[in-house]
Structures are given as C-alpha cells and as structure tokens.
Design a protein around this ligand. Structure first.
Ligand code: T3D
Length: 266
C-alpha cells in the first residue's frame, strides 16, 4: 500500500495533519487534495478535536499545485489546454471554504518554504507560526497566473495593497521574519522550537471556547464588508446566541469561582 499523502495524528484534542509528499515539496496532486479534504471534514465532525495543526513533511510546507500532475499538466500536441477553473473550483475553492468554516481553530505550522497555493493555504489558517528559516512565495506570476487559493482577497487585507502588489507581482521569496514584521503571519520562532511552540499554542486553543473562537473568525472576516453599524449589529446577534450557550455560563461561573473553566461547545 502506498504511503498516506496526509499524515493524521491525534493527540488528545489536537489533530495534526502533515502534508506528505516531501520529494515534491508537498505540492498538491489530486490524491493529496482528496486526502486533505477528507481529513479536514473528519476533524470538523469529530467532537473530540478542538484544534487542528497543518504542517509539512521534510523541508517544505507546501509548494502549491504539483505542476506535473495530470490535472494541470500542459496539453500534448493537438490537445486543448486544460481549463484551470476546473481545478480551482473542484479543489482550491472548497479547501479555502472548508478552512474558513472549521468549527475549531486551525494553526499553520510552516516548517519550510510555502509557495503558490501553499503560501495562501497557510495564510487561510487562523494562526500562522513559521520556522525562522521558512519563507513565503507568491509564485504565481512566475508561471503567468494570478494569486489563487484566496490570495487576492487575503494579501491586501493582511498587509495592505502596496505590499500585496509587491509580493504578488514580483513573486520574491519573503523570509519568515519579514513576514512576521509585515503582519502577514502571527509569529516566527526558531526552527528547533517550531514543533513545541505549535503544540503549546494548539493545546492552549483547544482548552478555549471553540464555538466562540469560530464565531470570532467569522465576525472579523464578515466585518471587512460591513459598515460599523452593521458590524455592531452582527456582534450583538452573536453575543445573543453565545450568551445563551453552555460555554458563556461556564466561563462566567468559573471566573466567579476563581477556577479554570471547562468549555465544551463546538
Ligand atoms: O496551475 C494550476 O493548477 C492552477 C492552480 C495553481 C496553484 C499554484 O499553486 S500555482 C504555483 C505552483 N507552484 C510553484 O510555482 C512553485 C514551484 N516551485 C518552486 O518555485 C521551487 O521548487 C521552490 C521555490 C518552492 C523551492 O525551491 P528549491 O530550490 O528549494 O527546490 P527545488 O529544487 O525547486 O524543488 C525540489 C523538488 O521539488 C524538485 O524535484 P526534483 O528535481 O528534485 O525531482 C522540484 O521539481 C519539486 N517541486 C517543487 N515545487 C513543485 C515541484 N514539483 C511539482 N510541482 C511543484 N509545484
């Protein structure tokens, strides 16, 4: 049997998914797309999972689309070119939507280079921790494409239009420390500390109120399109909903009793 293309390890409430095509820098072929999607769906449905970590095997996080995969490979003589909208619509768009609707936080632990769709996959996650030697490359222009996997939406929101255009048009390698300085990612840590720091962060998030965290992500993303009045109304609607839930009552009770809360809503 062939090796899994996504390694799945569950340690208590933390599920770690490792992209596992190291010889091709964990670039996406069709099979890896399907395995990642199935693993994320299973995590979303598993009430015991309270935080997901996404990382890569070997020296890379993910080099984006496998450019040699038959899904996208250039046509043989006489064949019509592939319509890349098919691969975007079938795989990348649902992947981004899956991440944006996960009921629990997702951490990208960027262990090495993250290029093309691999860079934007990381940026779609809720928190990005990167090894100091890792890097981010908007590689699309080099192969005459536009940033995808949410890049055109994410980049200007994360770093502003000027820097988004600089990254996307030039496609230069952005080292993780600079990515942290620009606000593209949450934090960069020493290479040797990445795994431990990721697990510490994951365990911390897993002990927090998952439902409130998922709604926080939604509210912050939604607010990009709302007026202040609309955002205030959205906040009120969410507090109305969350304020009736177990986790709020537990959080307030634990605060009053000076004890650690036990959250369970998801
Ligand atoms: O087209 C569509 O399907 C639409 C969707 C697009 C989404 C996208 O992601 S488009 C962008 C695709 N990705 C890229 O263009 C990045 C291509 N890779 C690179 O630029 C470089 O590999 C890196 C900068 C990421 C790393 O460079 P380096 O020097 O550290 O490693 P390397 O020697 O280039 O790569 C090592 C191996 O991985 C090599 O194979 P080999 O020669 O050892 O057998 C290389 O071919 C392979 N590899 C790296 N990236 C890909 C890949 N193989 C297939 N597809 C890749 N994307």
């Amino acid at each position: 049997m062939s090796d899994p293309l996504v390694l799945v390890v569950k340690e208590g409430p933390v599920l770690t998914l490792t992209l596992n095509r190291p010889a091709a820098l964990n670039s996406f072929n069709e099979a890896m797309h399907r395995e990642l999607r199935a693993a994320l769906d299973a995590a979303a449905d598993d009430a015991q999972v309270r935080c997901v970590v996404l990382t890569g095997a070997g020296r890379a996080f993910c080099a984006g689309q496998d450019l040699a995969d038959p899904l996208v490979a250039p046509p043989a003589a006489g064949e019509a070119p592939k319509d890349l909208a098919h691969v975007i619509g079938t795989f990348y768009k649902p992947l981004v939507q899956r991440l944006q609707t996960m009921p629990v936080p997702v951490i990208a632990a960027v262990n090495g280079v993250a290029a093309g769709a691999g860079a934007n996959l990381a940026l779609c996650c809720d928190l990005v921790l990167a090894a100091r030697s890792a890097s981010f490359i908007q590689a699309f222009a080099k192969i005459a494409l536009v940033p995808d996997t949410g890049g055109t939406w994410l980049l200007p929101r994360l770093v502003g239009r000027a820097r988004a255009l600089g990254l996307a048009l030039l496609g230069d390698k952005l080292p993780a420390p600079e990515a942290e300085q620009l606000g593209l990612i949450w934090r960069c840590v020493d290479d040797a500390a990445l795994q431990e720091e990721t697990q510490r962060l994951a365990q911390r998030l897993a002990a927090m109120p998952s439902a409130a965290l998922a709604q926080t992500r939604r509210a912050i993303d939604a607010a990009q399109h709302l007026t202040l009045d609309e955002a205030l109304d959205n906040e009120a609607a969410l507090q109305s909903q969350l304020g009736r839930a177990h986790d709020y009552l537990e959080g307030v009770a634990a605060f009053g009793a000076k004890r650690t809360p036990t959250f369970k809503d998801r």
